[in-house]
Design a protein around this ligand. Structure first.
Ligand SMILES: Nc1ncnc2[nH]cnc12
Ligand SMILES: [Zn+2]
Length: 330
């Protein structure tokens, strides 16, 4: 039995496996510019975040109908459950779909078909986090938030993703303020490729409660002290960092140093179909390559439930935490 965990950094569009991409392409009459799944897998050699994003956005073209989004989410939830995920806070990128003429309602209703049945079908509780694309304008983000208002009962929070460098968090001050006024929780990618100041800005200007990635905080000891003192969770994605060359190799990943510093780290998969592994695979990789101890793995799992937006269901949080404490490593 795998270690129970919450997944807090997962882009649902990043769970599109090559086989599913071809199946959906056939269903929707879309021609992919790859001969087969092997040829597509060959394209998964990224040099940086942008080289990944180019393929990530292009492949989304196969996602057209509510059923497509439902099937995508259901396949993710089944895989996540098999790897010990008990709770998943799922990012989605509405602007990437709106731009292609796919309505927000199609995306949210489709995802909800899977998410609404996830506890019964997979034993995984879920939440949705709407992400703004930081390489789009602040105005576009505001229009997206307004367009999402009919579905806010299904959306827990907002996030910020896509190309980081050159798009500092402060650009989105207004939309994050508006999201907070609507009662939404706030997170942001920061310190993945961007500098430590982006982490500070995400906290101070956007009021985020968690930082997605956050690796580059390690360049700024005063920032590390602050993140430790304020117990700001960091949703670290080790296999993603390797594939996007944010770190030179998994063996050189700063996760052990981050844990030693007292940072509230969690381990997540980001875009598992593209980066070679789901949540449990990321845990296994850091155990095997970084030599994390059982107590460190338990800390990562504990942190994931402590950092989850489970205030509406403290009973579930406590039950999951108790499972983590009782877990026996085989
Ligand atoms: N790792 C990542 N960083 C920024 N934006 C993303 N969108 C999907 N995955 C992402
Ligand atoms: Zn991400």
């Amino acid at each position: 039995m795998p270690l129970p965990k919450a997944e807090l950094h997962l882009h649902i569009e990043g769970t599109l496996e090559p086989e599913t991409a071809f199946a959906l392409a056939a269903r929707n009459g879309v021609t992919l510019p790859y001969a087969d799944t092997d040829a597509l897998r060959e394209a998964y050699r990224f040099t940086d975040l942008q080289s990944f994003l180019d393929l990530y956005y292009a492949l989304m073209d196969v996602l057209r109908t509510e059923q497509d989004f439902a099937d995508l989410a259901d396949a993710y939830l089944a895989r996540a459950a098999a790897q010990g995920v008990r709770h998943a806070e799922i990012f989605f990128d509405p602007q990437a779909h709106l731009k292609r003429g796919v309505e927000l309602g199609t995306v949210v209703e489709g995802l909800w078909r899977a998410l609404g049945r996830s506890e019964q079908n997979h034993g995984v509780s879920t939440q949705l986090i709407l992400c703004f694309l930081r390489d789009e304008s602040a105005d576009s983000a505001l229009r997206t938030l307004r367009a999402a208002e009919p579905w806010l009962d299904r959306i827990t929070g907002v996030g910020l993703d896509s190309a980081e460098v050159g798009h500092p968090p402060a650009k989105f001050r207004e939309v994050f303020r508006a999201a907070a006024d609507l009662g939404l929780r706030r997170v942001a990618h920061a310190g993945e490729e961007g500098p430590p100041q982006y982490i500070t800005e995400a906290l101070d200007v956007l009021g985020v409660e968690r930082i997605d990635h956050g690796l580059r905080c390690m360049e700024d000891p005063a920032l590390v002290d602050r993140l430790v003192r304020e117990r700001i969770p960091l949703t670290v994605c080790p296999l993603s960092n390797v594939r996007l060359h944010t770190v030179a190799s998994l063996a050189e990943h700063p996760l052990p140093a981050m844990l030693d510093a007292g940072l509230v780290c969690t381990v997540n998969s980001d875009d598992p179909a593209y980066f070679g592994g789901y949540a449990g695979d990321n845990f296994d990789a850091v155990r095997d390559t970084l030599g994390l101890t059982e107590e460190q793995l338990r800390t990562l799992a504990r942190n994931s439930f402590l950092a989850a937006f489970l205030e509406h269901d403290e009973e579930r949080r406590q039950r999951c935490l108790a499972e983590v404490e009782a877990y026996s490593f085989g």
